[in-house]
Design a protein around this ligand. Structure first.
Ligand code: AMP
Length: 434
């Protein structure tokens, strides 16, 4: 049986591969206007980075990471040995931890320096149960701003994210921006304890997973998909009622700035997101119609403690990631089709094999002048070559045969107007700009 792509992965065939390039270019453009520049970090990192950064208790780290292992280390393990910590590698499940590691490693925010604004695009890997909108390898575009805890960083990034979605064509009236604050290390522990106590009081109504979560990280219960749990958690204490003064002020500023930018949001006190590193602002963008349960197209938030978690000095940060494949689903639901990757200005057709060398030279000359040019490689009949030219959507077809060769011309047909004219070979590139 022919081998297929692994479960939960997807080929980006040429039309889509081109679209992905355009999608990244739009991001570079929109984010670049806010000062974000590209960074490219390894797809593999030390497992320890994700354990410390994202949190051992998160689903992403405890269940969904793919381990990358060399043949040599696999043998060591199978022989009952252990491998060194620095050789324990995982495929990145998200982009933030790696970027923050790079910022710390290369000291990209020296003390007193302005914040660094970075963006990335590439594949992430999570061993989740594949379904529509949920893959094991998927592409994210994300940004990270490190070095400032100012609320303007949060608001600017959220506005930028919404502008990007609009720029790529996701209908504004089909998106919902959810916003919350998760507090900080001062106010969250007390709040977390309140939620834990609340969960204890409702232990008979909550699922076992939630009750196990209650011990490690009770806030995770807000993400439980079980309906009974969701109903109980709806009445749980709300973080926004228990923020410290600084967090309350920070959250109010973010909302004011979003208001002033005309960006609408819905406050959602149950939005806690699945990773441990968030502090203060968190947000998620959902598509309202046409996406089923996997309707989150992007999200992120502030992470003021993450740089320290991975061994750096205290460096506040804010970031978000958006899922390329989910955006494609949203765009397709809105009627988008991938633009054709193939582009052909000129197809050079040969009447017989005597014209092949001249056809080859003409194709080359037109390419050197900047035109996309194709020819036949299978000695097809002239009729089949025209069919092929049609299939390639060629704008012009140049026909070369013994008579044309003798006269140093080609018969140039405009495939839109069907007009034909004899053109001196060296003048053909000049006729192709329309
Ligand atoms: P997260 O890192 O979980 O906050 O994810 C950010 C965005 O990446 C989500 O809003 C989704 O659009 C996308 N995403 C996350 N996990 C997957 C997945 N397994 N398959 C496809 N897209 C995903």
């Amino acid at each position: 049986m022919a081998i297929k792509a692994p479960e939960g992965t997807r080929d980006l065939l040429p039309d889509e591969a081109l679209f992905w390039e355009q999608f990244k270019r739009s991001a570079t453009d929109v984010f670049g206007r806010c000062g974000y520049v590209l960074i490219d970090t390894p797809i593999m990192e030390q497992t320890e980075l994700f354990v410390r950064g994202i949190g051992q208790a998160t689903d992403v780290v405890s269940k969904e990471m793919f381990t990358a292992i060399s043949g040599e280390n696999l043998k060591t393990l199978l022989d009952g040995g252990t491998i060194k910590a620095k050789s324990r590698l995982s495929l990145r499940p998200e982009g933030t931890a790696g970027v923050v590691r790079a910022v710390v490693q290369h000291d990209l925010v020296p003390q007193g320096a302005p914040p660094v604004k970075l963006m990335y695009a590439g594949p992430m890997f999570r061993a989740e149960r594949p379904q529509k909108g949920r893959q094991r390898q998927f592409n994210q575009i994300g940004i990270e701003c490190l070095g400032a805890n100012d609320s303007a960083v949060d608001a600017e990034a959220i506005v930028m994210c919404m502008r990007f979605f609009a720029e790529v064509g996701i209908p504004a009236d089909n998106m919902r921006l959810l916003l919350n604050s998760m507090g900080c290390e001062k106010c969250r522990p007390t709040y977390r304890e309140m939620v834990r106590e609340y969960m204890e009081q409702h232990s008979d109504e909550l699922c076992d997973t939630c009750m196990t979560r209650a011990e490690v990280n009770p806030l995770r219960a807000f993400d439980c998909k079980n309906e009974a749990c969701a109903t109980v958690m709806e009445n749980a204490p709300k973080i926004t009622d228990h923020l410290c003064d600084e967090c309350r002020e920070h959250y109010a500023q973010v909302k004011d700035l979003l208001d002033s930018a005309g960006v609408q949001y819905v406050e959602d006190a149950s939005l806690v997101r699945g990773l441990d590193y968030y502090t203060r602002t968190v947000f998620e963008v959902q598509v309202i119609d046409g996406m089923g349960s996997q309707n989150a197209i992007g999200g992120g938030g502030r992470y003021d403690k993450l740089a320290e978690e991975v061994g750096g000095r205290a460096t506040p940060g804010f970031g978000f990631a958006l899922g390329y494949e989910r955006c494609v689903l949203a765009l397709q639901a809105a009627g988008m089709e991938f633009p054709a990757a193939q582009h052909c200005d000129l197809f050079v057709a040969c009447v017989d094999s005597s014209a092949r060398a001249a056809a080859f030279a003409l194709s080359q000359a037109c390419r050197d002048s900047g035109f996309a040019c194709q020819m036949d490689y299978q000695q097809r009949s002239l009729k089949s070559q025209f069919k092929l030219a049609d299939k390639l959507c060629a704008r012009f077809v140049a026909v070369l045969g013994p008579d044309e060769l003798a006269a140093g011309v080609a018969n140039l047909r405009d495939m839109h107007t069907h007009e034909e004219q004899q053109v001196i070979l060296s003048e053909i590139p000049g006729k192709l700009s329309v």
